[in-house]
Design a protein around this ligand. Structure first.
Ligand SMILES: Cc1cc2nc3c(=O)[nH]c(=O)nc-3n(C[C@H](O)[C@H](O)[C@H](O)COP(=O)(O)O)c2cc1C
Length: 162
């Protein structure tokens, strides 16, 4: 039985909807899917998993603080112990998202993980203070893209392709 670990943070629900879509589509008989919020995720969870989806809002042109805290707490503990495992990144941004995606790519490169797809960036179009703090509603077409990513990861992991 393989394990897919999804680690995420979300303040206003956008990233969480992306994660729910990806996790919901990641159903394979030979696959266990674990979804953890960043503060709950530990090095042992990474070590016990065979593949990963990291999902974050972009905040101040970076991964969110709690995702950074997760990477800071676990990076050196699992270095050289998860080489070659597959991963994908989901980023929910107001209008950009590329710096957060780049940060995850650099961390994953350090861990020697294999990207199964380019980072999936979804823009919630929040610009004003009111929009930034409002609950987010991710477009159905973009949730479909998250489902495709989750299903692809699940299928590849379960089949031993990645
Ligand atoms: C403190 C803060 C900083 C932000 N900085 C950026 C940014 O640099 N680039 C961007 O595209 N969006 C930025 N945003 C917008 C969020 O990425 C956007 O609201 C996103 O939908 C949040 O995801 P969530 O609903 O999962 O919390 C920022 C939001 C906050 C609260």
């Amino acid at each position: 039985m393989k394990t897919l670990l999804i680690v995420y943070h979300s303040m206003t629900g956008g990233t969480e909807q992306m994660v729910q879509a990806a996790a919901g589509a990641a159903s394979e008989p030979e696959l266990r899917v674990r979804v953890l919020r960043a503060p709950q995720a530990k090095a042992a969870d990474l070590l016990a998993a065979d593949g990963y989806i990291f999902a974050t809002p972009e905040n101040l042109a970076a991964v969110s603080g709690l995702m950074k805290d997760f990477f800071d707490r676990t990076y050196y503990q699992v270095l050289d112990a998860i080489n070659g495992n597959p991963y994908a990144a989901l980023v929910c941004a107001g209008s950009d998202g590329h710096n957060a995606a780049r940060q995850i790519e650099r961390i994953a490169t350090g861990w020697r993980l294999k990207a199964i797809a380019p980072p999936l960036i979804v823009c919630s179009h929040a610009q004003t203070k009111e929009e930034i703090f409002a609950p987010k509603h991710i477009d159905p077409a973009q949730l479909d893209a998250c489902r495709t990513l989750g299903a692809t990861m699940a299928c590849g992991l379960a089949a031993g392709i990645f």
